[in-house]
Design a protein around this ligand. Structure first.
Ligand code: UTP
Length: 279
């Protein structure tokens, strides 16, 4: 079977960044382990991947990230302590993940950017199309989860997909911004993308958020991608190479997204999820 026809079976979670915007909290705790209410950001991401039919999680970690591995593992003493009590329910979802998913790790030795983190994940992904979730972009909606929407779209288009959102132009310097032509409602064939442009240079108001489906040729492209904006290897630059052969679509996803990598977005997500528990 041609590899683009394969089902999306694996999800990569780049989680090696320093999370400097959350210092001092992130001095010893990975940003991806900060909780919205009682659940770490990364667990929300893993649950979204499972909803999309994926049960193999590949996590790119770095120094100081051991809490991630401990979280996605058994905790015999604790479990023994709460078994048969009213607290058992609080561990139901994580126990289910640990029991039913394959979770593997690799370390990014040097934090050379998101593109480099994804390239580091090749050893866990191999030669097949895969999903990427940035757990600090927390998505929610009442219908299908964002990654489920994208996996369905992949079955139709069989090329790399980036999730995009309309942003106020003054925020363009925080995102990769795309340009292209609409193929169908909410689906844009990408012709250009620019990493963190100033608003005057932004090719549109459509910004890439932390959900991707990537075809495996991205790894060879990343290997040849020179450091870009901020001296980091940018996934946007590698995707532009794919886009030049028509190989990337952008998808205006249905749902809400919170930028939990910023304090403001983190607080908004906390309030939103708390209010949901009160409904
Ligand atoms: P961010 O730029 O939002 O994360 O990267 P950061 O660098 O940790 O945050 P600040 O700006 O210092 O607060 C987006 C995602 O990419 C991962 C991060 O862990 C985050 O999930 N990432 C980024 C890596 O895994 N490796 C890198 O070299 C850079």
């Amino acid at each position: 079977m041609p590899k683009e026809n394969m089902k999306i079976r694996k999800c990569l979670f780049p989680a090696a960044g320093y999370g400097t915007r959350f210092l001092p909290a992130t001095k010893a705790i990975p940003k991806e382990m900060l909780p919205i209410l009682t659940k770490p950001l990364l667990q929300y991401g893993v649950e979204e991947a499972r909803e999309a039919g994926i049960d193999t999680m590949a996590i790119v970690t770095g120094r100081g990230k051991r809490a991630i591995e401990d979280h996605f593992d058994r905790s015999f003493e604790l479990e023994h302590q709460i078994d048969g009590t009213s607290k058992e329910i609080l561990m139901k979802e994580i126990r289910d993940i640990v029991k039913n998913c394959t979770i593997s790790y690799t370390r990014q030795g040097e934090m050379k950017g998101l593109g480099h983190a994804i390239w580091t994940g090749q050893t866990l992904i191999g030669d097949e199309p895969f999903a990427v979730i940035l757990a600090d972009d927390l998505c929610d909606n009442d219908g299908e989860a964002v990654l489920t929407q994208m996996v369905k779209l992949y079955e139709k288009y069989r090329c790399s997909i980036v999730a995009v959102e309309e942003i106020p132009l003054e925020h363009s310097n925080k995102y990769g911004v795309i340009a292209g032509h609409e193929e169908e409602d909410g689906v844009i064939r990408v012709t250009n993308m620019v990493e963190k442009p100033e608003s005057k240079d932004a090719p549109s108001n459509l910004a890439i958020i932390g959900r991707y489906i990537l075809t495996p040729d991205i790894f060879d492209i990343l290997e040849d991608t020179k450091p870009g904006k901020g001296g980091e290897i940018q996934i946007t630059d590698a995707l532009l190479t794919q886009a030049k052969t028509g190989g990337v679509i952008a998808y205006k996803f249905k749902g809400k997204r919170f930028d939990c990598g910023s304090v403001d977005g983190f607080v908004k997500a906390t309030n939103f999820f708390y209010n949901k528990t009160q409904e």
